[in-house]
Design a protein around this ligand. Structure first.
Ligand code: A3P
Length: 304
C-alpha cells in the first residue's frame, strides 16, 4: 500500500501519523491494520477486547484470560498479558494475511484484542456473532497515561520528548494513534446499541471501584459464570496492579517483539484521577468541554 497517498500529520518530534478511514495511526501499523480489516473473519464464539490505547488494556487482558482459562490462569505469573492475549493488528496479522495463530483452539473461544475503531471494522463486526468487550477510560487520565507512555518509548531519542501542552493539543485535535478518541468510543457505542447482547462496555474507573462485580458480570457475559465467589476473588487479586506489576516478566526492561517499548511500560500507577497531578486547570476545562460536546450531548454521560 502506498502510504504517500494518505493524509499525514506531524505528531511527536519528527514522527508523523497517517490517516486511514478518518483515524490516525503510526505509519508502521497501516499495512497491518489493512490486513485485519481485509482478512479477519471472526468465529461466532470469538471474544474481542477493544480498547483505545492506555485505557487499561493490559489489565483487562489479564482478567479476560483468567476468566476464560481458569485452570491455566497461573500463566500470568510468567507470561506478559500481551503475549497471552495478542493484538490482531500488532501480533496476529502483523506478518501474514492468513496467520497460523488463527487456528481455533480445541476448547473454549479464541481471545484477541484490537485498538481498531468500529468505523474500520464495521463489515467484520456487523456480520459476526462474536462477543466484543469495549473498555473506556476517562479522557484526562488516558491522556496523561498516553503522554507518559510516549515519553518512555522515546527515551532513547532525547530530542523527542513530548511536552504535555503539545500532547493535550494533539489529543483535543484527535491527532493521536487510533484517534480521535471520542470517535473511537462513540463508534463502539453505536455497535453496542445495535447489538446489545454481543457488546459489553466496561470502564476503567468502574473496574477499580468494584473489580469483583465486574469479573462476575464478565463471566456471565462470556457464558462462563462463576460458581464460587472465592474464584472471583482469586482472579481479582492475581490481576491487581500490585500483583501483576510484581512479576519479573512484567518488570522486564526488554522490548516487546511487536512494539518498541519495554514490557514494564504497561504498568505505571493504575489509579483514577492522576491527571490532577499533571494537567493545568485550563487543559482540564478544555477536555471537559469537549467531553460534554461529544459524549454528554448524545446522552452518554461518561468521562467527567
Ligand atoms: P497509568 O499510566 O495511568 O498508570 P494499557 O494497558 O491500555 O496500555 O493502559 C495502561 C494503563 O493501565 C496504565 O495506566 C497502567 O498503569 C494501567 N494498568 C496496568 N495494569 C493495571 C492493573 N492491573 N490495574 C489497574 N491499572 C493497570
Amino acid at each position: 500500500m502506498d502510504l504517500s497517498s494518505l493524509p499525514r500529520e506531524k505528531w511527536v518530534g519528527d514522527d508523523y501519523l497517517v490517516q486511514l478511514g478518518g483515524f490516525w495511526f503510526l505509519p508502521q501499523f497501516v499495512k497491518k491494520n489493512k490486513r485485519v480489516i481485509n482478512n479477519y473473519n471472526p468465529l461466532p464464539n470469538d471474544v474481542i477486547l477493544v480498547t483505545f490505547p492506555k485505557s487499561g488494556t493490559t489489565w483487562l487482558k489479564s482478567l479476560l484470560y483468567s476468566i476464560l482459562n481458569r485452570s491455566s490462569r497461573h500463566k500470568l505469573a510468567v507470561e506478559h498479558p500481551h503475549d497471552l492475549v495478542p493484538f490482531l493488528e500488532a501480533q496476529v496479522f502483523a506478518e501474514a494475511d492468513e496467520p497460523p495463530a488463527l487456528a481455533a483452539p480445541l476448547d473454549g473461544p479464541r481471545l484477541f484484542a484490537t485498538h481498531l475503531p468500529y468505523q474500520l471494522l464495521t463489515k467484520t463486526l456487523d456480520s459476526s456473532q462474536c462477543k466484543v468487550i469495549y473498555l473506556t477510560r476517562n479522557p484526562k487520565d488516558l491522556l496523561v497515561s498516553f503522554w507518559h507512555f510516549v515519553n518512555k518509548w522515546n527515551m532513547e531519542k532525547p530530542n523527542q520528548s513530548w511536552p504535555l501542552d503539545e500532547a493535550t493539543d494533539k489529543f483535543c485535535d484527535g491527532v493521536i494513534p487510533c484517534g480521535p478518541y471520542y470517535d473511537h468510543v462513540l463508534g463502539y457505542r453505536e455497535l453496542s446499541l445495535k447489538r446489545p447482547k454481543n457488546v459489553m462496555f466496561v470502564n476503567f474507573e468502574g473496574m477499580l471501584e468494584d473489580p469483583h462485580g465486574y469479573v462476575k458480570k464478565l463471566g456471565d457475559f462470556l457464558e462462563c459464570p462463576f460458581e464460587e465467589e472465592e474464584e472471583v476473588d482469586d482472579i481479582v487479586k492475581n490481576c491487581s496492579f500490585e500483583m501483576l506489576s510484581s512479576y519479573d516478566v512484567n518488570k522486564s526492561k526488554e522490548s516487546t517483539t511487536w512494539f518498541p517499548t519495554p514490557y514494564n511500560s504497561f504498568f505505571r500507577k493504575g489509579k483514577v484521577g492522576d491527571y490532577k497531578n499533571y494537567l493545568s486547570n485550563e487543559s482540564v476545562q478544555r477536555i471537559d468541554t469537549l467531553t460534554k460536546e461529544r459524549f454528554h450531548s448524545l446522552g452518554f454521560m461518561y468521562g467527567i
